[in-house]
Design a protein around this ligand. Structure first.
Ligand code: ADP
Ligand code: SF4
Ligand code: MG
Length: 371
């Protein structure tokens, strides 16, 4: 699958995601931070699941969040879906600061931001037909006027996600479908309410390898047809290259590198990105996996130590890495990294580094040192 991924992506000519400086991005995530309190009412301990995460997604673009388990990917999606409250940060949907203007998520927000979960088996109710699963959101959000209209909309949705013949599929129960087909139903259900944003949290990781490509191709097609702003969450950096315009690499709750997906995979800068890539089979080397040396585990997120979170595993660690979190360093037009190997990064430099992905002032080395 990986071989297919890299080859077919080479021909793609897509606009880079999150690069618009003149238009308002559909989704604008600014300095999102989440600390889960632990240890009771009077405890000051907390799991620092997410720290200062920022990115934008434009209409018709896909941004991938990539990282190992525990890096904060699902927490990012859950904060954007407003299933949990952020500790701090801003969330702009179509230019509106929703955390300020709507202290509780409105039904309209729930409609506009749809989530696809990892487990296609758990996301559908076994006692209801597929038709029922699609009818509910259409009715709740007032998208249909008559029974006939409802049937036509359901069939059109099933057809759009490649489930045919629609009338037959609509009459089936979830257990009569394969994992891939159920995931297609989950996409159809999300599309039923015409969302602006789709948050797909590891949508292929529980599927057979043979049907993963079909789901990725479906997402790719929907982005073009529906102009949806999509967040694709994965631990598989190869699939991010295949489907996403831009990729952001996360480690221990922080963004560590970001670029256009092809650039990131062809010229990775951060030692962690290199580690992730070293686990991807290389077709030129006869699909042999050549792991980069990196000992240790993801550090504890409970009141984390200062400095770079990757320090304990990094083959290039330096004394400064254990003292100070690196700022953002620009490496190319849209390529930025957060690593001391790439210089201290002055405030101006850091601002320039973040501009392609964010339209506001990011934290710099100076801010980080003051934290
Ligand atoms: N409700 C919660 N309470 C405490 N810790 C949590 C909670 N949800 C997530 N976490 C922690 O936050 C970190 C990031 O989790 P998650 O966002 O699920 O990572 P990923 O999706 O990248 O695997 C993990 O250490 C996880 O244990
Ligand atoms: S900042 Fe230091 S420890 Fe962190 S990735 Fe860069 S070189 Fe390695
Ligand atoms: Mg997750």
């Amino acid at each position: 699958m990986v071989e297919q991924l890299s080859v077919s992506h080479a021909d793609r000519t897509t606009l880079p995601a999150g690069t618009s400086e003149t238009t308002t991005p559909v989704l604008d995530v600014r300095h999102l931070t989440k600390v889960f309190p632990i240890g009771g009412l009077f405890s000051r301990a907390g799991v620092h699941a997410l720290q200062d995460v920022s990115f934008t997604i434009d209409a018709g673009q896909i941004v991938a969040l990539v990282g190992e388990s525990g890096s904060g990917k699902s927490t990012t999606a859950r904060l954007i879906a407003r299933l949990v409250k952020p500790t701090s940060g801003e969330l702009l949907l179509d230019g509106t600061d929703v955390l300020k203007s709507q202290p509780r998520p409105t039904m309209e927000y729930r409609r506009r931001v749809q989530m696809i979960f990892q487990d296609p088996f758990g996301s559908l109710n076994p006692v209801h037909t597929i038709g029922h699963h699609l009818a509910r959101p259409l009715q709740i959000h007032g998208k249909v006027r008559s029974g006939r209209d409802l049937r036509e909309r359901i069939h059109a949705l099933l057809d759009q996600v490649g489930l045919n013949p629609p009338a037959e599929v609509a009459a089936k129960f979830p257990h009569q479908l394969s994992g891939g087909q159920r995931q297609r139903v989950a996409f159809a259900r999300a599309l039923a309410v015409d969302p602006l944003v789709l948050l797909a949290d590891e949508p292929i990781s529980m599927l057979d390898v043979s049907i993963r490509m079909g789901i990725l191709n479906l997402m790719d097609r929907l982005k073009d047809e529906r102009r949806i702003a999509s967040l694709y969450i994965t631990h598989d950096i190869a699939s991010a290259r295949y489907i996403a315009d831009n990729t952001v690499v996360m480690y221990a709750g922080r963004m560590v590198e970001g670029a256009e997906s092809v650039e990131l995979i062809d010229r990775p800068a951060h030692p962690y990105t290199k580690l992730l890539l070293s686990a991807v089979p290389n077709p030129k080397a006869g699909l042999k996996v050549t792991r980069t040396e990196a000992r240790g585990e993801i550090p504890s997120l409970i009141n984390p130590r200062p400095g770079c979170p990757f320090a304990d595993r990094c083959p290039s660690v330096m004394p400064v890495c254990r003292e100070q979190m690196p700022g953002f360093e620009r490496l190319g037009d849209q390529h930025w990294v957060r690593c001391h190997l790439y210089g201290a990064g002055s405030e101006d430099h850091a601002l320039a580094a973040m501009r392609p992905l964010t339209l506001y002032k990011p934290k710099t080395n100076r801010d980080v040192a003051a934290d």
